[in-house]
Design a protein around this ligand. Structure first.
Ligand code: HEC
Ligand code: HEC
Length: 266
């Protein structure tokens, strides 16, 4: 049974998401050093969300566009062309923006991209900003093409990290948590596992990571692995900051590249 709770709206945040592709606004800056303000911004985004509370969700069920797209060979040249519309938000380099909203995509496993895009198309990962762009893809072949292209992009070394004065201490705390609870799936270097649909975490923006940990916990991002959801339910604010600070510090040897003119555009 699928029950959807629609919570109260906060339109100002929605409109700033829509126009936020190229800006790092004041509220986002707070996330770096002042966690409470960051949480307020996340809460405002979450307030608009449809939280799917069904208990019968089967993680990564073998159905829909995903299965079809995974069987197809992605065409990198066609993917590059399709990606032009995506670059408006995720930037031509795929680096996204160092804020709570726009993830870095470059170098993500094609399997992960296909799962996430299919889930967004199917409405089981709630993201009003991204949804229209997922829904208007022509079909499984275009998903495969996009995923093949994005996987070829190198992961920008320069991305949003935790910049508080206590960064060293936070990263050290986060490492302990990560090794204990997260490394088994996301890998020692944050390289995930393409065969298991576990995403690359290395190179991801700190603020986006913090928001995902909340949205995965709360079922806004309903398509998440249940074992991970369980682990995240027990996290304190401090744990979220620490583990996100650590994840954003990870680096995958041979997959990261220097910042380009495109990824510098903020
Ligand atoms: C209007 C801005 C916008 C456009 C255009 C856009 N996206 Fe996104 N995308 C977002 C936002 C915002 C998120 C974060 C969603 C969330 O938090 O759940 C996102 C998330 C994603 C994710 C999930 C990333 C992850 O790490 O899980 C993928 C994959 C993605 N986008 C691919 C694409 C592709 C491919 C296109 C082009 C067809 C595209 N996006 C176009 C805004 C956009
Ligand atoms: C059982 C394997 C597993 C474990 C353990 C796990 N994860 Fe995940 N994680 C996933 C999968 C799979 C996804 C992609 C979401 C989905 O579709 O399920 C994901 C997604 C994420 C994302 C979002 C990435 C993005 O690009 O949007 C973050 C952040 C994350 N995990 C953090 C963590 C942290 C922190 C821990 C440790 C507490 C953890 N994960 C433990 C499997 C796991």
């Amino acid at each position: 049974m699928k029950t959807i709770l629609t919570l109260a709206l906060s339109l100002s945040v929605a409109s700033s998401i829509a126009s936020g592709a190229a800006t790092v606004d004041k509220a986002d800056r707070f996330c770096i050093t002042q966690y409470n303000q960051c949480l307020a911004a996340v809460a405002a985004t979450a307030a608009k969300a449809e939280v799917i509370t069904s208990t019968d969700y089967v993680w990564n069920a073998k159905d829909g566009d995903k299965v079809a797209a995974l069987k197809l060979k992605g065409d990198i040249a066609r993917g590059r062309k399709s990606y032009e519309i995506c670059a408006a938000c995720h930037l031509p380099s795929g680096s996204g923006v160092s804020n709570i909203r726009l993830p870095q995509l470059a170098g993500q496993h094609a399997s992960v991209m296909i799962k996430q895009l299919s889930d967004i198309r199917a409405g089981i990962r709630y993201t009003p900003t991204m949804e229209p762009f997922a829904k208007t893809r022509k079909g499984p072949q275009e998903l495969a093409d996009l995923a093949a292209y994005i996987e070829t992009l190198c992961i920008p070394h320069e991305h949003g990290r935790y910049e508080g004065a206590d960064a060293d201490q936070r990263i050290a705390e986060g490492k302990v948590i990560y090794i204990d609870k997260c490394k088994i799936c996301h890998g020692a270097d944050g390289d995930g596992d393409k065969t298991q649909f576990y995403p690359v975490i290395a190179g991801q923006h700190y603020q986006y990571l913090v928001r995902q940990l909340i949205e995965i916990r709360d079922g806004i991002r309903h398509n998440a692995d249940p074992d991970m959801v369980k682990a995240l339910k027990k996290f304190s604010d401090s744990d979220r900051v620490a583990v996100s600070a650590y994840m954003a510090s990870l680096s995958m040897a041979g997959r990261m590249c220097p910042v380009t003119a495109d990824s510098k555009k903020k």
